[in-house]
Design a protein around this ligand. Structure first.
Ligand code: ARG
Length: 478
């Protein structure tokens, strides 16, 4: 912003370098709605005349409608979205437009816009998470056995449903984090001015209430300097993408020929330009890659904030790009994982085979011996010898003869063999949080209940926590 103090116009290069309109145009709704609340408050407090306040609110309403119809503002060279909105109002309303910026600074203005945007974004993310969680639960088969790994080595058999509910748990923590970030952003900085507050008899609660903020900031310097809510939403995005990335990594492995437990639908896989046999899990790979990109954005923004002296510095303007880029990484990743997973083919026979391969039921032998009063350490030792004998003979555990078992330990009876199937191994892990089909059924019912609860909570926050004009999803399609 250049003004009367300047004798010359800014250099084109300086103007081009410092402007943020190309990115912050995306804040036009928040900026207009916040300006409307500010103008109405100025009128209510007689800081500007009633007719000016009316002209401003009507002018802002009209501009919002026009921009919605046009799909957002077009770049006419304005420095940022705030300058754009003010310029249009001045062109249309004259002096009334020139009064809008009374008792306000772009510093408290941009913080208000961004907090409103972050509140809406956390709800959009929350909903995308819940939509994905619902698909995970729909496909969580409690009776299908699958291999469970540690170190990517055969560990113990699990049920497919149990595995998918593990992903569900990760995402449900992300939903919790959405509410936390929403709450962090839910504080109104308007009225903090440039940094010291404003010398007018404003009503901060009035404006905050109109914007559906639940409270106002307590310190004007902190209010314009603070970007904690911004870093928090970036970290929320990183957390989600880290979860998606670990899942995506499993899918890449599971889809590889050595495992061959899942196959992406043709619509969600790609071929190779040279190797005709290839079917690549590109979507999973890209989600994994985008987690890296997101991490760079979040750590880059933290590094930017770290050096800004109190209160505001234009470094903070960089937060727009970070925020929007993060939104564009997180929401499409959640959406595409949902679609790709919905159509993923499970090879259940292969999963069952993998579940028992690599002597994955060996722990059963130790548990069997513990039931026959062996101390666990000793039982573990003997079970290890059974595995070694099977490896030596080149057979599965179940193929060892009664004599071979007896020779290893007299307590190893013929009834051990039936215990060594994946089905028996999973069924016996019937503790809360365990993989037994009975537990997984309970967990599925519980997860469905929580999904319904979250849907309701998100809907309620969308209705009560934001002005109608900023509803995070329009139309409300659930
Ligand atoms: N475009 C600026 C931003 O995004 C608005 C605030 C400008 N304030 C200032 N003192 N230059 O942060």
């Amino acid at each position: 912003m250049w003004g009367g103090r300047f004798e010359s116009e800014p250099a084109d290069a300086a103007r081009a370098f410092t402007r943020s309109f190309p990115w912050d145009r995306r804040l036009y709704r928040e900026d207009i709605v916040a300006s409307r609340a500010h103008a109405a408050m100025l009128g209510a407090r007689d800081i500007i005349g009633a007719s000016d306040a009316d002209a401003l609110t009507a002018g802002l309403d009209r501009l919002l409608q026009e921009l919605d119809e046009a799909g957002g503002p077009v770049d006419a060279g304005d420095e940022d979205i705030h300058s754009y909105v003010e310029r249009v109002l001045i062109e249309r309303l004259g002096d009334a437009g020139r009064r809008l910026h009374t008792a306000r600074s772009r510093n408290d203005q941009v913080a208000t816009d961004m907090r409103l945007y972050v509140k809406g974004l956390t709800l959009r993310i929350g909903r995308a998470l819940v939509d994905l969680m619902a698909v995970l639960v729909d496909r969580a088969e409690p009776d299908t056995v699958a291999p469970g790994f540690t170190h990517l080595q055969s560990g113990q058999p699990v049920t497919l449903g149990h595995y998918l509910l593990a992903i569900h748990e990760m995402l449900s923590r992300d939903v919790d984090a959405c509410y936390q970030v929403f709450a962090l952003a839910d504080v109104c900085p308007l009225g903090s001015g440039a940094l010291a507050g404003v010398p007018y008899d404003i009503d901060r609660e009035h404006a905050a209430h109109a914007l559906h903020f639940s409270q106002i900031t307590r310190n004007s310097m902190d209010a314009v300097a603070d970007r904690d809510y911004l870093l928090a939403v970036l970290n929320l995005g990183v957390g989600i993408l880290l979860h998606l990335s670990r899942w995506a990594e499993d899918l890449v492995v599971w889809a590889s020929p050595g495992f061959a437990m899942v196959e992406f639908a043709d619509a969600y896989a790609t071929g190779s330009s040279i190797m005709p046999q290839k079917k690549n899990p590109d979507i999973a790979e890209l989600v994994r890659g985008r987690a890296g990109t997101a991490l760079g954005i979040a750590s880059g923004m933290a590094a930017t904030v770290k050096g800004v002296p109190l209160t505001y510095g234009l470094d903070l303007q960089e937060d727009k790009q970070a925020l929007f880029r993060m939104e564009d990484l997180v929401l499409p990743s959640l959406g595409i994982m949902r679609e790709a997973f919905k159509t993923l083919r499970f090879d259940r026979a292969r999963m069952a085979q993998m579940a028992e391969s690599g002597y994955a039921t060996a722990t059963e032998i130790a548990d069997y011996l513990v039931e026959r009063d062996a101390p666990f350490r000793e039982a573990h030792e003997i079970a290890g010898r059974v595995v070694a004998a099977a490896i030596e003979a080149g057979v599965e555990l179940t193929a060892l003869t009664d004599d071979q078992l007896q020779a290893l330990d007299a307590r190893l009876g013929a009834d051990l063999r039936e215990r060594l199937t994946a089905e028996r191994a999973v069924a016996r892990r019937d503790v809360p949080g365990g993989t037994a089909p009975r537990q997984v059924r309970l967990a599925i019912a519980d997860a469905r209940g929580r999904i319904d609860l979250e849907r309701g909570r998100l809907r309620e926050l969308a209705a009560s926590g934001l002005p109608a004009a900023l509803a995070p999803w329009r139309p409300l399609n659930d």
